[in-house]
Design a protein around this ligand. Structure first.
Ligand SMILES: [Zn+2]
Length: 103
């Protein structure tokens, strides 16, 4: 169903097309990215629920993954012992997009 206003309908159509193009681009980049530029945020404790696990994000493509300790499967350290750069959970949430890998 559409609105009666064609100007708004046209903008909605263009927005939806742009969203689909963004999704295709993110999927394409993430499928070929080497994920060499990774950052990590710390776990988040909770008084009422289970703690949120640490998360990592690829700063090049936005792919994100959660995991405890060595539980990261895709965004692993390329060099043993070399830890990813630390960022806040809020910064991580602001840049992640596309594929999200949960435990
Ligand atoms: Zn990547």
């Amino acid at each position: 169903m559409k609105l009666t206003n064609e100007s708004i309908n046209d903008k909605i159509l263009k927005l939806n097309e742009a969203q689909k193009e963004l999704e295709r681009t993110v999927e394409s980049v993430q499928s070929t990215c080497g994920h060499d530029n990774v950052a990590e945020c710390d776990y988040k404790p909770s008084e009422y629920f289970n703690a949120l696990p640490p998360m990592r994000v690829c700063l090049d493509c936005g792919l994100s993954e959660e995991g405890w300790g060595c539980g990261f499967r895709v965004l692993r350290e390329k060099i043993a012992g070399l830890q990813p750069r630390r960022i806040s959970r809020e910064d991580l949430y602001s840049i992640r997009c596309g594929q999200y890998i949960s435990q």
